[in-house]
Ligand binder design. Structure first.
Ligand code: CA
Length: 236
């Protein structure tokens, strides 16, 4: 399940974007203002933002800048939607704050291509680079996980869950999102199976006292929080 958040104040355009993206089987959320978008980003951790520049209240650009300053959202893929009237020099400066931009009016085909290309670029698991959180190192190539020099024994599902979460630190994921990430969106698996898998992964991580990094977020789901390790260091 890939979730795209549309931030657009004109209902007709928002609807067109929604229909186009839903046809590609993306899950779509929408917000009519930067403030409403901020709320949704906090709760739902979208995978990509389609952000109109000209919004009532805070502008799309101001929202993009704010997102880039937060650890949790600084790598959130953003495509800015601009009007043709916007000055070329201003638009050129956009690339500091957003990943891509698209000028109105655009064809559904162009939009789909941009979204797909950006998601492909930004899927962290595609990288062969080992992921690290303090003493914990995950090597995507050998599928090995080490902690303070010790090797952790993880099953393939635990590995996939850990890989997914470590690649997206600080973000909160609902059980349904984790389910899709680990089993794929075609799988017929119940959401509580995610809890069982989380428990197994925590048991493995507990051997080097890192289970605290996998946090339960009440009412929402789970989050990988590398900061938690500092707390351990401070108390031991
Ligand atoms: Ca607008």
């Amino acid at each position: 399940m890939t979730t795209i958040l549309i931030v657009e104040d004109e209902p007709a355009i928002a609807e067109l974007l929604r229909v186009t993206l839903e046809a590609e089987r993306y899950t779509v959320r929408d917000a009519g203002s930067a403030e409403a978008a901020w709320q949704i980003i906090e709760e739902a951790s979208p995978d990509l933002l389609l952000l109109d520049w000209m919004l009532p209240g805070q502008s799309g650009l101001a929202l993009a800048k704010r997102l880039r300053q937060q650890t949790r959202t600084k790598t959130l893929p953003i495509i800015m939607v601009t009007a043709r009237a916007e000055e070329a020099d201003k638009v050129a400066g956009l690339e500091t704050w957003v990943d891509d931009y698209i000028t109105k009016p655009f064809s559904p085909r162009e939009l789909k291509a941009r979204v797909k290309a950006l998601l492909r670029r930004r899927t962290p698991e595609d990288s062969d680079t080992p992921l690290q959180a303090g003493m914990l190192i995950l090597d995507p190539v050998s599928h090995r996980v080490h902690c303070d020099g010790k090797s952790l024994t993880l099953g393939p599902l635990e590995f996939r869950l850990l890989h997914f979460l470590m690649a997206r630190p600080e973000r909160v994921f609902a059980r349904a999102q984790l389910l899709d990430a680990v089993w794929g969106d075609e799988a017929d698996v119940e959401e509580r199976t995610v809890d069982v898998l989380v428990r197994r992964l925590r048991q493995a991580l507990a051997t080097c006292r890192l289970d605290v990094m996998l946090e339960t977020v009440r009412g929402t789901g789970y989050r990988w929080n590398p900061e938690k390790q500092n707390d351990i260091a401070a108390t031991s």
